[in-house]
Structure formats: structure tokens, C-alpha cells
Design a protein around this ligand. Structure first.
Ligand SMILES: *Cc1c(COP(=O)(O)O)cnc(C)c1O
Length: 352
């Protein structure tokens, strides 16, 4: 071993879902939105001369637009380059205890990567057999709590009274609720940020807002949490958000009618697709997201995953304990889901 290698920060990186180069595949593997961003985004005028100067380090236009949209003050909103950036920044800012942070054993697989990267001790808490988070597991002393609601990749939603139970038992640490999919769910924890000054709610433009390629995420919480996040951000890189993301992000928030319409469309397709899955012999927890987490009664998930890929349909498969017989299937357009159902029907029929 070379001497300098002893000082290298070695990490096991997060592996994102595949982004196939072939544009003709049906892509249901990374929970993107099948519909384009709002016309307001598509038709926005970018003044590219502005690229000469640095973008606004405070991201004021987008912070103001989001604050107005959610009925908050500007000092309650922090914007970052995708919610991955916001979450990474939040881990660095808030999880500095000697005590371990807690998160579910089956959850967004970036959490343990950030914890390892920043040397944050952590303990995972097992979901129950229905993949529900058990609030009673989050009572012991800890260095912070983070979980997605609805959870990924399980698609299971934790009712707000249970979120409140976790908060009530964790008044002295920061609790991060990652709401990447909340627009497809009954209720957000946002209504609790005035009551709990230690609650940070994180959102993204990547799923419900059809803007994964733009990289916009944000956090909402008590002004003191937001101030702490900004201090860390400005110790890292003042200009995280580029000019075009700021302009197009604002346009997206301004078109609420389109946003709501696309959410309803995905929900309608989801309802139809779930019935089809049941008919085909799949079981799945009730989904409150833009994806389904499904397991077939006789055909192994891995076999379906591989065959679907050969047929140019990409879904997500996790070769991990407890979930290695499940597929995470993003809700696409009606047409895409019909093609998938036709494939599944044939494949399951012929599988022996
Ligand atoms: C997609 C996703 C994110 C990351 O979203 P970006 O804003 O694209 O970085 C964060 N958390 C969960 C649970 C997700 O599914």
C-alpha cells in the first residue's frame, strides 16, 4: 500500500438507478415523472448573457416563490441542488452527536452512504412486516432521526399522528422528514414546523414537478435550522444553484394548476395499474407515491426484472435482505403501463 493511500477517504458510493442510453426503453426505474414540465417552464426565456456573472448566492427568487407557495417566511426555506444536496448538507449540519442517528432498515439507500462519508454513527430500525415505520423504535437517545414519508422504496406512508409521535419523543435532536413523494400522499409534515423547531421537511422538484434534470430540492423549517444550513452551504460553495435552475424553478412553482393536474393523472394510472397487478398475482403495500413496490406469488422478482429489461422495460430491483423478491415500479403513462402489463401477463403465463 502506498503511504498516501492511508489518508484517502474511502467510501462505498450510492448507486443510482440506471439511465439507459437507448431512448426507446420504457423507463420505470428511477421514479421520474412521465410527463414534461409545465409550459411555463418550457417557454421560459433564459437571458444567457447572464451566464457571465455569478448566480444569486441566496437564490432569493426561488426562496421567495417557494415561501409564498407554502405560506412561509423567506427565512424558513433553504434551496439546494436536488434534495440529495439538501439532505447531504443537512446531515453535515445537524448530525454531529456522538450518539447514533436513527433511520429505517429499509429506506432511501443514500442515508447510510452520507453517514459513512461524514463518519456519523447510525443505527437502523426494522420496519414491521407490512413495511411500516414503528414510532416506538425511535424513543431511545439518539443523535438525530431521518426517514422518508412516504418511505422509499416501500411506497408506505406514515400517518401524521405517527410522525408527531416520533417528534414528541425526539425534542432534543433534529428530525428530518424527506418528503420526496408527499405530493402523492394524504398529508405533509409541513403543518408541524411551527410547533416543532427541530423539524426539517425536505422536498424535491425531481418527481412530482417533472424536473429531475434540473436538480432542485429544498428544505423548510424553523429559521434557526435554515440559518444553520445556510452557514454550512456558504462554507462549502456559495453558488450551488445555477442561473437557469433558479429561473425555471420559479416558473414551475407558478403553474400550480398544471402541477396538480399531473399529480392526479399519475394517481389515476396508479389506481388502474394496482388493480392489474392484483389480477396478475402480485401483492404490494398500499402506495402513496408515484411507484409500486410489488412481489409476485410465484415468479421471483429478479427473473421478472431481467426479462423486462430484455424487453426494454426498466424497473428497479434491489438485491438486499427482506426486499430481494420485490420490484419497484415507477408509474409511467397509461400506455407505458399497458405495455408493462402485457409483458407481465405473457411472462408470468410462460414461467415455470
Ligand atoms: C428521489 C429521492 C431523493 C432525491 O431527489 P433529488 O432531488 O433528485 O436529489 C431524495 N429522497 C428520496 C426518498 C428520493 O426518492
Amino acid at each position: 500500500m502506498k503511504e498516501w493511500m492511508k489518508n484517502v477517504r474511502t467510501v462505498e458510493p450510492y448507486v443510482p438507478g440506471e439511465q439507459p442510453k437507448d431512448a426507446n426503453v420504457i423507463k420505470l426505474n428511477t421514479n421520474e415523472n412521465p410527463y414534461p414540465p409545465s409550459d411555463k417552464v418550457l417557454n421560459a426565456k433564459l437571458d444567457l448573457e447572464k451566464l457571465r456573472i455569478y448566480p444569486d448566492p441566496e437564490v432569493s427568487a426561488l426562496v421567495e416563490e417557494l415561501a409564498k407557495y407554502h405560506g412561509l417566511n423567506n427565512d424558513q426555506v433553504f434551496v439546494g441542488v436536488g434534495s440529495d444536496d439538501v439532505l447531504a448538507m443537512a446531515f453535515l449540519t445537524f448530525f454531529n452527536s456522538e450518539k447514533p442517528i436513527f433511520f429505517p432498515d429499509i429506506t432511501y439507500s443514500f442515508y447510510d452512504v452520507w453517514a459513512d462519508l461524514y463518519r456519523i454513527p447510525y443505527v437502523t430500525k426494522a420496519l414491521d412486516d407490512g413495511f411500516n415505520i414503528k414510532p416506538e423504535d425511535y424513543k431511545e437517545a439518539n443523535g438525530g432521526v431521518v426517514f422518508p414519508n412516504p418511505n422509499a422504496p416501500t411506497c408506505v406512508y406514515l400517518p401524521i399522528d405517527k410522525v408527531r409521535e416520533i417528534l414528541d419523543n425526539n425534542r432534543d435532536v433534529v428530525v428530518i422528514v424527506d418528503e420526496a413523494y408527499v405530493d402523492y400522499a394524504p398529508e405533509s409534515a409541513l403543518s408541524l414546523i411551527d410547533e416543532y423547531d427541530n423539524l426539517l421537511v425536505v422536498r424535491t422538484f425531481s418527481k412530482s414537478r417533472s424536473m429531475a434534470g434540473m436538480r432542485i430540492g429544498y428544505a423548510m423549517g424553523n429559521p434557526e435550522l435554515i440559518k444553520a444550513l445556510n452557514a454550512v452551504k456558504f462554507s462549502f460553495n456559495s453558488y450551488t444553484m445555477n442561473y437557469s435552475s433558479i429561473v425555471l424553478g420559479v416558473e414551475s412553482v407558478r403553474d400550480d394548476a398544471y402541477f396538480k393536474e399531473m399529480i392526479q393523472k399519475v394517481k389515476n394510472t396508479r389506481e388502474w395499474f394496482c388493480k392489474e397487478l392484483t389480477r396478475l398475482g402480485f401483492s404490494y403495500p398500499e402506495t402513496h407515491t408515484n411507484f409500486v413496490f410489488a412481489s409476485h406469488k410465484s415468479v421471483p422478482a429478479k427473473a421478472i426484472f431481467e426479462a423486462a429489461k430484455e424487453n426494454h422495460i426498466y424497473v428497479r430491483y434491489f438485491n438486499k435482505p427482506r426486499i430481494d423478491n420485490y420490484l419497484r415500479i415507477t408509474i409511467g403513462t397509461d400506455e407505458q403501463m399497458k405495455t408493462l402489463v402485457e409483458f407481465l401477463e405473457k411472462f408470468i403465463d410462460n414461467y415455470s
